[in-house]
Design a protein around this ligand. Structure first.
Ligand SMILES: Cc1cc2nc3c(=O)[nH]c(=O)nc-3n(C[C@H](O)[C@H](O)[C@H](O)COP(=O)(O)OP(=O)(O)OC[C@H]3O[C@@H](n4cnc5c(N)ncnc54)[C@H](O)[C@@H]3O)c2cc1C
Length: 445
C-alpha cells in the first residue's frame, strides 16, 4: 500500500486534514498506527517520503517542495493552531511584552515542543524538516511564539538528544516534551560573537559529587518562563575553548532570573540575564564529556541557524500576505492600488526573494537530514532570509501607506521583529565570515 493510501485510511490523519477549527495534537496524528508505519517507511527513503506519486521525478531527483505526508500534516496542524490560538493573542502579548501562558501550554499539548524527540521520551519522532515547518508556520503569525518553539526544539532538545547519555535523556526529555520549557545559555555580557571568551566558570566540588557554576549569562531567550537550562561554562581557562563544558541545569538548583530586556521586536519572547551564584549541579548532569562544550555549541548553532532562517521566511511571508491583501482592497485614482505596475513589480520582487530564501532554508534542512555538510548553506540561509524578512516587512508597511505605520494593522510588528534575524545565533557579519571561509576553502585557497 502506498504511503498516501496508508495515511488516507487513518482516522486520526483524516481528522487532522479536515478543515474544521479543531486542532488535533501532533502526537494524536502521528501516533496513529498507520502514521507510524508511514513514518517508518518514510525514514527508509531518506527524510522525505512520497506524498504525491504524481510528482515523482522519472529521474529519481526530488524538488525541495516535496514533503512527506507526515510533514504536510504537521504543517496543516500548526497552521490551524497558529490561526486559532496564537493570532487572537498576538497584539496583546506584544503590548504587554509577555508570552501568554496559554500559548506555551498549547504548544506542549499540540506536541510541538518535542518534534524530533523519540516517541519513547514523549516526542513526535519527526524529521528536522518538520521542526523547520513548525517554526516557519508559527512565524507567519507571531515570530515571538516561533522563537520560543525554535529554541526549545532545535537547541535545547537537540543538545540532549545528540550529546547527553541515556540516563540524562531519560531524566529530562519526557519533562521537556510535556511542559518544562528550556533555555540555551551561551552568551554573556562580554562575550557575544566571541562566545567562547566566556567568563562563567565551573569547578568540581571537593567531594566530587557536584559541579559548581558561577557567572552571568545574558540575552537568554525563554528564560522568564523556563525551568531547564543548557549552560556552557569554562572549567580551565588555560585550555581556551577546550576548557568549556555543557551542563543540564534546572531552576531549582539555584538559577536566578535577573533583568528582563525591553526590546524593539519579538517582545513577547522573554530575554533575560541569568545568574549562577555557586549553583551546584550533580556530576551526572554534565552533557557529553568535559571540554566538549564548544563543539556542542558550534554544531548545535549550525542547526539552529536553519531554524532562524525558517523563522525569518515565515515572518517575511506573514508580512507579505498582509501587505499584498491590502493592495487589493485599497483604492486610489479609481482602482485598487494593486493595479499599478509600480506596486505589482515590488510585490513580484518580494515574492521572488521569499521563494529564494525558503528554498535556501529547505535545502540546508534536507542536507542536514541527509548527513551532508550544511554549515555554509545554513549560514547563507540565515543571512539571506533575515535580509529578505527586513525588506519584505519594510515594503509591506509602505504598501499599506499610513495604515501600515499604525500598530492596529499589525504589519509594523513584522518589521520590528525582523531586525533580530541579523543578530541572534550569530550576527550577519559572523555568517559572512563563515561563508567566506568555507567558500575560500572549497576553492582551494
Ligand atoms: C533577543 C535576543 C535573544 C537572544 N537569545 C539568546 C539565547 O537564547 N542564548 C544565547 O546564548 N544568546 C542569545 N542571544 C545573544 C546573541 O546570540 C548575541 O547578541 C549575538 O551573538 C551577538 O553578540 P553581541 O550582542 O555581544 O554583539 P557583538 O558580538 O558585540 O557584535 C556587535 C557588532 O560587531 C560585529 N562583529 C563582532 N565580531 C565581528 C567580527 N569578527 N567580524 C565582523 N564583525 C564583527 C557584529 O556583527 C555586530 O554587528 C540573544 C540576543 C538577543 C538580542
Amino acid at each position: 500500500m502506498s504511503m498516501r493510501s496508508v495515511l488516507r485510511h487513518s482516522p486520526a490523519v483524516r481528522a487532522a486534514l479536515r478543515t474544521s477549527r479543531s486542532v488535533p495534537a501532533v502526537q494524536t496524528v502521528l501516533r496513529a498506527p498507520q502514521a507510524g508505519a508511514a513514518r517508518a517507511a518514510s525514514r527508509t527513503f531518506t527524510s522525505s517520503a512520497n506524498r504525491a506519486e504524481e510528482y515523482e521525478s522519472p529521474f529519481g531527483v526530488n524538488s525541495l517542495a516535496k514533503f512527506s505526508d507526515e510533514e504536510e500534516m504537521l504543517r496543516e496542524t500548526v497552521r490551524r493552531f497558529a490561526e486559532n490560538e496564537v493570532k487572537p493573542r498576538v497584539e496583546a502579548m506584544d503590548e504587554a511584552e509577555k508570552m501568554d501562558p496559554a500559548i506555551i501550554k498549547g504548544l506542549f499539548e499540540q506536541g510541538l515542543m518535542a518534534i524530533e524527540t523519540d516517541p519513547e521520551l514523549g516526542g513526535a519522532g519527526c524529521s528536522f524538516m518538520s521542526a523547520i515547518i513548525v517554526i516557519e508556520e508559527l512565524a507567519k503569525i507571531d515570530p515571538s511564539v516561533s522563537v520560543l518553539c525554535d529554541v526549545h526544539n532545535t537547541l535545547v532538545n537537540t543538545v540532549l538528544r545528540k550529546y547527553a547519555n541515556e540516563e540524562l535523556r531519560q531524566k529530562y526529555m519526557p519533562k521537556l516534551s510535556s511542559g518544562m520549557l528550556g533555555s540555551f545559555c551561551l552568551s554573556e555580557p562580554a562575550s557575544g560573537s566571541d562566545a567562547f571568551a566566556m567568563k562563567t566558570s565551573v569547578k568540581k566540588s571537593d567531594d566530587g559529587k557536584h559541579y559548581i557554576i558561577n557567572g552571568s549569562k545574558m540575552w537568554i531567550t525563554n528564560s522568564a518562563e523556563a525551568e531547564f537550562f543548557i549552560v556552557f561554562a569554562q572549567g580551565d581557562p588555560s585550555k581556551g575553548y577546550k576548557g568549556i563544558s555543557a551542563f543540564a541545569v534546572t531552576k531549582d538548583m539555584g538559577v536566578e532570573i535577573a533583568k528582563k530586556e525591553r526590546k524593539l521586536g519579538i517582545r513577547a519572547s522573554s530575554t533575560c540575564t541569568v545568574n549562577f551564584d555557586e549553583v551546584k549541579v550533580p556530576v551526572e548532569n554534565l552533557i557529553g564529556e568535559e571540554g566538549k562544550g564548544y563543539k556542542i555549541a558550534i554544531e548545535i548553532l549550525n542547526e539552529g541557524r536553519v531554524g532562524i532562517g525558517a523563522q525569518m521566511v515565515g515572518l517575511a511571508q506573514g508580512a507579505f500576505d498582509r501587505g499584498m491583501k491590502y493592495t487589493f482592497e485599497r483604492e486610489q485614482f479609481g482602482k485598487p492600488i494593486s493595479k499599478f505596475q509600480g506596486m505589482q513589480f515590488q510585490i513580484a520582487q518580494v515574492a521572488t526573494e521569499i521563494e529564494a530564501a525558503r528554498n535556501m532554508v529547505y535545502n540546508a534542512a534536507r542536507r542536514k537530514e541527509e548527513g551532508r555538510t550544511f554549515t555554509k548553506e545554513a549560514a547563507m540561509a540565515k543571512l539571506f532570509s533575515s535580509q529578505v524578512a527586513q525588506r519584505a516587512a519594510g515594503l509591506a508597511i509602505e504598501w499599506a501607506g499610513g495604515q501600515g505605520f499604525t500598530r492596529e494593522q499589525g504589519i509594523e510588528k513584522y518589521w520590528r521583529d525582523s531586525k533580530i534575524g541579523a543578530i541572534y545565533e550569530g550576527t550577519s557579519n559572523i555568517q559572512l565570515n563563515t561563508i567566506f571561509n568555507l567558500t575560500a576553502k572549497e576553492k582551494g585557497f
